[in-house]
Design a protein around this ligand. Structure first.
Ligand code: GLU
Length: 328
């Protein structure tokens, strides 16, 4: 039982209760059919809408999972979190801030909108900001930039096998992603992107098409929760000095135009993607991954939001929880 505002997750209790909580949540929401899979990228429309998995990895490397947790899917927008980390490492916060702001938009993730005054995209979690962020990744050419990006994902995922781009998803988005192309040209016009636009877009589409599963999401989240150190491989995936920048922007901007309500109700930094994944971080405690492809009108996984709301309530995960009535 938690007795102060300082969240304290008792590891012993977690081991006992988490497997049952995850099973209960999975069976409770399995029958939920609301929402629809994303179809504006033709490849995404092919996914089985019934897939459903939940996974938690604690900062000491314990893994709890239920459902289709090994099912592979493309990471989509969740990649924006990690590309932001790499851009911060490449250039430092001050420079990145000259190219991408940190203000929530309240608009859809694919809104073609820049800050009136500064001409910057609003934040790195919406498409415009993510494309600008990705254009900052250093490398001598497209191959080196892609390899640096894949290496970065490998550090978070910590698999002994390689991290791959799904070529069908990549080409599907490259041939249909004209809205993203329009944003990129607008930013070129205002000097927010200075590299070859098609190259920057290719890298962005490739990062969105990186293949992961639900376990990977939870482990990546746990790495952010653990000061950037992968709790299983112990590798430093991202410089710990940037964790607060990454988590802050996830907290305020990570859940599309539901970010405010999410912060209010669930209260932890998170990022969702049109693949149906949600990655949520409980700092110093655990990472959560949920995958279920049916999306609500804002682009968030319907079951994923429900599961995270309940997990936050049951475990007392809200960062500002002070009631002392949580289980931990
Ligand atoms: N690749 C997708 C796009 O740029 C990602 C969107 C998302 O997951 O929010 O539209």
């Amino acid at each position: 039982m938690r007795v102060s505002c300082q969240l304290h997750v008792n590891q012993g209790d977690l081991e006992i209760v988490l497997p049952d909580i995850l099973k209960e949540l999975h069976s409770k929401y399995k029958s939920m059919q609301e929402g629809a899979v994303a179809n504006y990228i033709p490849e995404l429309a092919k996914v089985n809408p019934d897939l459903f998995s939940i996974c938690i990895v604690t900062v000491d490397g314990q893994v709890y999972e239920v459902g289709d947790y090994e099912q592979l899917f493309t990471i989509q927008s969740i990649s924006k979190v990690f590309a932001y980390g790499l851009a911060l490492e490449d250039h430092g916060l001050d420079y990145v801030l000259t190219r991408v702001g940190v203000e929530p938009t309240g608009d859809a993730f694919n809104a073609i909108v820049l800050d009136e005054q500064s001409k910057r995209p609003y934040n790195p979690m919406v498409n415009a900001g993510a494309i600008a962020t990705t254009s900052l990744i250093k490398g001598s050419g497209p191959t080196e930039r892609l390899n640096r990006m894949l290496d970065m994902f490998r550090r978070y995922i910590g698999r002994d096998r390689d991290v791959f781009v799904d070529i069908s998803a990549f080409t599907s988005e490259r041939s249909t992603g004209h809205r993203n192309r329009a944003m990129a040209y607008l930013m070129l016009n205002f000097g927010m992107i200075d590299r070859n636009i098609e190259e920057a877009l290719d890298l962005y589409f490739q990062q969105c098409a990186v293949i992961v599963n639900c376990q990977d999401l939870a482990l990546m989240a746990a790495t952010l929760a653990n000061r950037g150190i992968n709790p299983i491989t112990k590798e430093q995936a991202v410089d710990s000095r940037y964790i607060k920048d990454i988590l802050s922007v996830m907290y305020t901007c990570g859940m599309y135009n539901f970010a405010g309500e999410w912060a209010y109700k669930v209260g932890i930094p998170a990022k969702s993607g049109v693949c149906g994944g949600i990655l949520a971080v409980v700092p110093h405690k655990m990472g959560i991954g949920v995958f279920s492809p049916r999306l609500d009108a804002r682009g968030n996984s319907v079951r994923g939001v429900k599961v995270c709301e309940e997990l936050s309530q049951q475990l007392g995960l809200h960062l500002f929880e002070c009631s002392g009535q949580s289980r931990f």
